[in-house]
Design a protein around this ligand. Structure first.
Ligand code: PGA
Length: 238
């Protein structure tokens, strides 16, 4: 069963781009390509009302409780939002999220009927010292991979830097991640690439056999550029 490509927009702490809610919004699924947007909590509702496939950027594993500033997976689900990001490297960095926190989030997401998009990836020094596979294996092995999840491989050093691995290096890691997924779900689990994807480089990444789409940050804030990245996914499939 071929995997449907997914191009996800991570808007981070930015307002929804102009035109995102329009009928011809590039953030809507098109030509056999799935799309997804990850807005701030404030923009979740407008995105859902506009009919965009929408996810939260984070959810707390507990349903309710004394966690000032947090929103739970249960609340995200109740708001009608079907997807959630787990373990983005900026959360790991800014909020000291560890692998165990990311697993707790992914499990809570699944328990609440949300589809988690789970981020993994090594730092620059881990790649330089050739520990990148070891680190990613540690991050991946603990995940609930017998369930329906999406994985996003995002090398930390490629996020927002304009520097990327070569498509071959990314493919090598994607194939490695796939080999860690239990056989029953190995071929059906989507693995996205993220980190400085642009309209110029997207096609080369999407042409790799184990790269099933992208998690796009900076470039997703420009609707025209995001449209081109989606078109690259269309082209890669043809
Ligand atoms: P970037 O971010 O595309 O700006 O590198 C990707 C991400 O953080 O998901």
């Amino acid at each position: 069963m071929p995997r449907t490509p997914l191009i996800a927009a991570n808007w981070k702490m930015n307002p929804a781009p102009e035109g995102a809610f329009a009928a011809d919004s590039p953030y809507r699924p098109q030509s056999g390509i799935e799309t997804m947007v990850f807005p701030t909590f404030f923009d979740l509702q407008p995105c859902l009302e506009a009919g965009l496939p929408t996810g939260a950027q984070y959810g707390h594993p507990d349903s309710v409780g004394a966690h000032t500033g947090d929103v739970s997976m249960t609340m995200i689900k109740k708001a009608g939002c079907p997807f959630v990001l787990c373990g983005h490297s900026e959360r790991r960095r800014d909020h000291h999220e560890e692998d165990s926190d990311v697993v707790a989030q992914a499990e809570a997401a699944l328990r609440n009927g949300l589809h988690p998009v789970i981020c993994v990836g090594e730092t620059e020094s881990e790649r330089r010292t050739k520990r990148h596979k070891q680190v990613v294996e540690r991050q991946v092995r603990v995940l609930p991979l017998r369930e329906v999840v999406t994985i996003a491989y995002e090398p930390v050093w490629a996020i927002g830097t304009g520097v990327t691995p070569t498509p071959e290096q990314a493919e090598d890691m994607h194939a490695f991640i796939r080999s860690l997924i239990p056989e029953a779900r190995r071929e059906s689990t989507r693995i996205l690439y993220g980190g400085s994807l642009t309209a110029e480089n997207a096609l080369e990444f999407f042409q790799q056999p184990d790269i099933d789409g992208g998690l796009v940050g900076g470039a997703s804030l420009k609707p025209a550029v995001f449209r081109e990245i989606v078109l690259a996914a269309v082209q890669a499939r043809s």
